[in-house]
Unconditional design. Structure first.
Length: 699
């Protein structure tokens, strides 16, 4: 067997001959591989760049995919582009008083359409200068503007600038909501591009100027010019144009009738931008600054706007959707409307702070239900919420009118006697305002003095449901809770309901439907609606109306409204104050007018012991004195012989020690609903006998 090791194959000579002395050979350097230390750094960098490029391409691909997906999603939630059309201009609603005098205008587009040719050239240029200086260069979306806004927002850590073009703003105004979401913004971009494809720059700018909101209810440049400067947009000077262009950024904050200094400062920015772009000369700018615009006296913030808003709502009920310009004639008396606003606002200004009362409302209507004046709050400019129509508040003792009418209709009379003494119903013990009790009292005295215990006794005697049926029959439409506390007005109602429900006492017992629209005509004069004066029928027998009016007249003489002053006019009514003095009411009437006043705070905080017989009566008296000037005296519905009635009812004056009670802020709801009927009889003696035999017993 052969050995294959190398030593066995070496020859003899090689083994025996010694190798001569010589320097040892230098070791060979191995070639360094690419990427090794030292000279291979460039290769490593090239590898890193390659990986970065790869992942950048991957990320870019995902961005593209995401973008396509987002566009597809947004596009899927838009109507088909080919079916999009510019919405028709909303109709204009001209609202007039009972004499045909203009009160207000409503509708998103109250001003006429203005073309660019009709405007001075600097007017549209003012908007381009401040809102979209590259308007004529972009195609609906301005990447440079978006980038500039993005940088500003990052630096300010919030929304400091907007990158929307005029076309984007138009798209939003025409088709979209005002919500601030990414989806809405993408929709805005897509619609802006569509608008640029479909319309010329001139058409887009015209649409924008005629649709943009200018604050204070003014839509479109024509209405804004008329509203703020009392002139057509065709007559605007440079300064006025700059002020209007400046306020579209923040119409509420920059409206010149509310914040003139801020509006003027913004207008100077517009003028500087116009000068910078060469739209006006430097001398034009100086002249405009030296002669600032004059804002005309505003009627747009007056209380008549509460009426106008209500008319707009009611119009949908009487006519359905309005598709053409219309003129609405109302039952509002302009003089009475002005008097109502002054009476409420000036009395509140003088006495409201002392009583911690921040808000109020007033409604006045004729006995047949025609609303003659309405004030829905202290200042329409600060709050457009109509407290006369939309607010529901506890009426307190004003609701007792329905309790006593229920008792009268069940056979009692104004001279019927009931005990004023402590009462407890299922653990609830209502008290009189002064914690005093007067023992046996007539219903007339009990109502005039607003004695709580008597009202609760009557409610439990005839059941809360009977009282509720009476209130609903007279016109209260709000939900009423069938418990004992209904006697003291703990269920919430509106002042419009209350005034309408008191109207039958003023008209002899007939149902009314409170109304404000008398006639609606088209712009060509064609009558579209005419109110039907058909009677709704009797809902209270005349004898019961006479009894209730006799009792409620005493409220203004010896009772809680004894401060009411209406010289020469028979008047009646009822005060009301809710739990913890949160609401103060007075509903009073003559044969000419029914008027209700409510005072309180929107957040339902208590007043400083303001009762219905205090400030509400002051406001009512002031307004009613104005409303009855020069009007022939009309008596309240009653029996033909008032002298006989006085004798029949007897002397209903309270005893000397029984002072008028303020209406008690009262009780927790949910107390007992039923109780046994009282065994107290009607007023004794000849008076009671005559009442029962002449008038008979009720059902």
């Amino acid at each position: 067997m052969f050995d294959s090791s190398p030593e066995l194959r070496v020859g003899p000579a090689e083994r025996s001959a010694p190798e001569p002395d010589r320097p040892a050979p230098k070791p060979r350097r191995k070639k360094k591989k690419k990427g090794a230390r030292g000279g291979g750094g460039g290769g490593k960098r090239r590898s890193l760049i390659g990986r970065m490029t790869y992942w950048a391409l991957v990320a870019g691909l995902w961005v593209v995919i995401g973008g396509v997906g987002a566009v597809a999603y947004v596009g899927a939630h838009l109507p088909p582009i080919q079916s999009l059309e510019i919405p028709k201009r909303p109709p204009s609603i001209q609202i007039n008083d009972d004499a045909g005098k203009a009160l207000a205008r409503r509708g998103d587009q109250a001003g006429e359409i203005i073309t660019l040719k009709e405007l001075p050239p600097y007017v549209p240029k003012a908007f381009v200068a401040i809102e979209d200086r590259r308007f004529y260069e972009h195609y609906g979306v301005d990447p440079l503007g978006i980038g500039r806004a993005l940088v500003a927002n990052i630096l300010h850590r919030g929304v400091a600038q907007g990158g929307s073009t005029l076309t984007q703003q138009l798209a939003k105004n025409l088709f979209l909501t005002q919500e601030r979401t990414i989806t809405r913004k993408l929709q805005e971009v897509m619609l802006a591009i569509w608008l640029e494809r479909k319309f010329s720059k001139t058409q887009i700018l015209e649409l924008y100027l005629n649709r943009v909101y200018f604050g204070s209810g003014a839509y479109g440049i024509e209405q804004a010019a008329l509203h703020y400067f009392g002139k057509s947009a065709k007559q605007l000077n440079v300064g006025e144009a700059a002020m209007l262009a400046g306020l579209v950024k923040s119409p509420t904050r920059l409206a010149p009738n509310r914040n003139y200094e801020a509006a003027a400062q913004r207008a100077r920015m517009v003028l500087a931008a116009m000068t910078d772009l060469g739209f006006i000369t430097a001398s034009n700018e100086k002249i405009a600054i030296s002669k600032p615009p004059r804002v005309v006296a505003q009627s747009g913030n007056g209380a008549v706007n509460y009426v106008a808003d209500w008319v707009t709502d009611v119009l949908n009920d009487v006519m359905g959707h309005v598709e053409e310009d219309v003129v609405v004639q109302t039952s509002i008396d302009s003089a009475l409307q002005g008097s109502a606003e002054r009476s409420l606002t000036e009395e509140l200004a003088a006495k409201g702070d002392k009583g911690n009362v921040s808000q109020g409302a007033l409604v006045a209507m004729t006995p047949d239900g025609a609303v003659r004046a309405m004030v829905g709050g202290r200042n329409y400019g600060e709050s457009q919420f109509n407290r006369a129509v939309a607010a529901k508040r506890q009426p307190g003792s004003a609701f007792k009118a329905f309790v006593y009418l229920t008792a009268i209709e069940h056979g009692l009379t104004p001279n019927t006697v009931r005990e004023d003494k402590p009462i407890t119903v299922k653990g609830w013990s209502p008290e009189n305002y002064t914690h005093e009790y007067f023992g046996p009292v007539t219903l007339t005295k009990a109502l005039a003095m607003s004695l709580n215990t008597v009202s609760v006794r009557l409610t439990m005697e005839f059941t809360p449901m009977a009282v509720i049926r009476t209130a609903h029959r007279l016109g209260i439409s709000s939900k009423l809770e069938p418990n004992a506390s209904i006697a003291l007005g703990t269920s919430e109602v509106s002042i419009l309901e209350m005034v309408g429900a008191f109207a039958p006492f003023a008209n002899g017992g007939y149902a009314v439907q409170p109304h404000v629209i008398e006639r609606v005509t088209a712009s060509n004069g064609k009558i579209l609606y005419n109110r039907n004066d058909m009677q709704l029928g009797r809902i209270i027998e005349a004898r019961y109306v006479a009894m209730m009016n006799q009792m409620m007249q005493e409220t203004l003489t010896i009772g809680t409204a004894h401060k009411a002053a209406l010289p020469g006019w028979p008047a009646a009514g009822k005060t009301g104050t809710s739990q913890d003095f949160r609401d103060a009411w007075f509903i009073g009437f003559t044969g000419h007018l029914v008027t209700g006043v409510w005072l309180g705070n929107d957040d339902n905080t208590p007043t400083k012991k303001v009762t219905g017989g205090g400030l509400p009566v002051d406001i009512w008296s002031r307004f009613m004195r104005d409303a009855h000037q020069g009007v022939p005296v009309i008596g309240l519905p009653g029996p033909p012989d008032t002298g006989l009635m006085s004798g029949l009812f007897g002397n209903s004056r309270a005893p000397a020690q029984a002072q008028p009670q303020a209406d008690n802020p009262l009780p927790p709801a949910g107390v007992g609903q039923t109780a046994a009927r009282s065994t107290d009889g009607n007023g004794g003696g000849l008076d009671g006998w005559l009442i029962n035999n002449l008038f008979g017993r009720g059902n």
